[in-house]
Structure formats: structure tokens, C-alpha cells
Design a protein around this ligand. Structure first.
Ligand SMILES: Nc1ncnc2c1ncn2[C@@H]1O[C@H](COP(=O)(O)OP(=O)(O)O)[C@@H](O)[C@H]1O
Ligand SMILES: [Mg+2]
Length: 207
């Protein structure tokens, strides 16, 4: 299965989610490929930090706007149970390439109205990809949510109007995500007792 973390906005948690997902699947014994498609190289740097401390991680490779082409990711993906693509913000060509090969696009989104408004161009891009590939599934993931604020509580209502299904699982605003990233670890391994490492609530059977 190929899961792409996509979205035009930066700083919403694409890399954090990609790394967390890839690490959790790897820890469960799956063969996992983490594709760093962002020139900023967050996933690659995370992999380097992990390697320096002798920690085993999913295989991390860098790819760009050609990843969907034959001989690129399609060939590599066959050797893995799960491929997670960490897409860059803004670079539309790279995001489109990821959407040409993904089974599922997960769009992380912050909990405010401004976050929801910024989704428009991402939703358009997903719609275009689905016109070519009707089998592409897509969903929204609320991230950086601060539960006790009115904004956090209203996040789901704001995002429900986006037209994409909202995952029941949400990522709260937790420093453990930031610390795990810096330590080259998955959050569940880094802080197993932190709520950030909690197993997800079951959500829509489709996902
Ligand atoms: N749920 C969260 N709680 C706290 N900090 C977060 C959370 N998700 C992301 N961050 C932090 O926000 C910053 C941007 O996240 P990142 O995953 O790099 O976003 P993107 O890849 O979408 O640009 C990073 O410093 C990251 O550690
Ligand atoms: Mg990123």
C-alpha cells in the first residue's frame, strides 16, 4: 500500500505523520519504505540521525516529480509492504507525482478556520488526480489540535465542509512529536507513555 502525506501548506505535520506512520509500521515488522519527496529533507535528516545512533529504521529514499514514472517508485514499491511518501508543501509537480501512484492521500490539517481555508488548492489537486485515478482514496487528518480550546473543539465542524472524509484519529499538539523527530525516533518508541503514542481509535473501516 502506498500512502502519501500531501497538502500545499507547510508546517501542518506531513513529515511528522509520515515518519510516525512509517516507524510504527516498521516496529510491527512490516517492510517499510519512507520516500522523502521534500527538498527540505526532513525525513532524510531524521533517518540520518537515527542511523548515527545505530537505530534501525524504515528505508529512506529521496524522490521528486518523476517518482510515479516506470522504473522509479513503482519498481521499488514492490519490495515493501508499506510505502509512505512525505510530500513537500507548494511543489505542485511533486505532489501530483505522488498522487499518481498513491493508494491513499492523507492530508494533515491544523484545527483553525485559516487551516481549513488553505485546503482549497490541495482539494482541487486531489480532485484532478481522482479524475484520472478514481481508485485514489483521500482523507483529512486533524493535527496539532489543542483539545481544550474552542478552536480545537470546533475543528471537526470546520473541516467537515471540505468534502473529504475526516479520520476519527487526531493528533493533539504534543511536544513529544517534536522531540521524537529530533531524536531520530518514532514517537511510540520515544515516549511510549505519552498520549502522542497512544494507539488510534478505530475509524472508518475504509481506512
Ligand atoms: N501534533 C504536533 N504537536 C506538536 N508539534 C507538531 C505536531 N505536528 C507537527 N509538529 C511540529 O511542527 C513543525 C512542522 O511539522 P512538520 O511535520 O515538519 O510539517 P510539514 O511536513 O507539513 O511541513 C515541526 O517542528 C513539528 O515537530
Ligand atoms: Mg515536511
Amino acid at each position: 500500500m502506498i500512502v502519501a502525506l500531501t497538502g500545499q501548506k507547510g508546517g501542518v505535520g506531513k513529515s511528522t505523520t509520515a515518519i510516525g506512520l512509517a516507524s510504527a509500521a516498521f516496529a510491527r515488522g512490516l517492510r517499510v519504505l519512507l520516500v522523502d519527496a521534500d527538498p527540505q529533507g526532513t525525513a532524510r535528516t531524521w533517518g540520518d540521525v537515527a542511523a548515527e545512533s545505530g537505530r534501525r529504521t524504515p528505508t529512506v529514499v529521496a524522490m521528486g516529480a518523476n517518482m510515479h514514472r516506470p522504473g522509479q517508485l513503482p519498481g521499488l514499491a514492490a519490495d515493501y509492504d508499506l510505502v509512505v511518501i512525505d510530500a513537500p508543501p507548494r511543489h505542485g509537480d511533486v505532489q501530483r507525482s505522488a498522487l499518481m501512484i498513491a493508494d491513499l492521500a492523507v492530508v494533515p490539517c491544523g484545527p483553525s478556520a485559516a487551516d481549513a481555508w488553505a485546503l482549497a488548492s490541495t482539494l482541487e489537486m486531489i480532485e484532478e488526480a481522482r479524475a484520472l485515478r478514481p481508485a485514489l482514496s483521500a482523507c483529512l487528518l486533524v493535527t496539532r489540535k489543542q483539545g481544550r480550546t474552542a478552536l480545537g473543539k470546533g475543528a471537526r465542524t470546520v473541516l467537515a465542509s471540505s468534502g473529504l472524509p475526516l479520520l476519527a484519529t487526531e493528533l493533539g499538539y504534543r511536544i513529544a512529536y517534536q522531540e521524537a523527530l529530533a531524536a531520530g525516533m518514532g514517537v511510540a518508541e520515544f515516549a511510549p507513555r505519552d498520549p502522542a503514542a497512544k494507539k488510534s481509535t478505530p475509524c472508518s473501516p475504509k481506512y
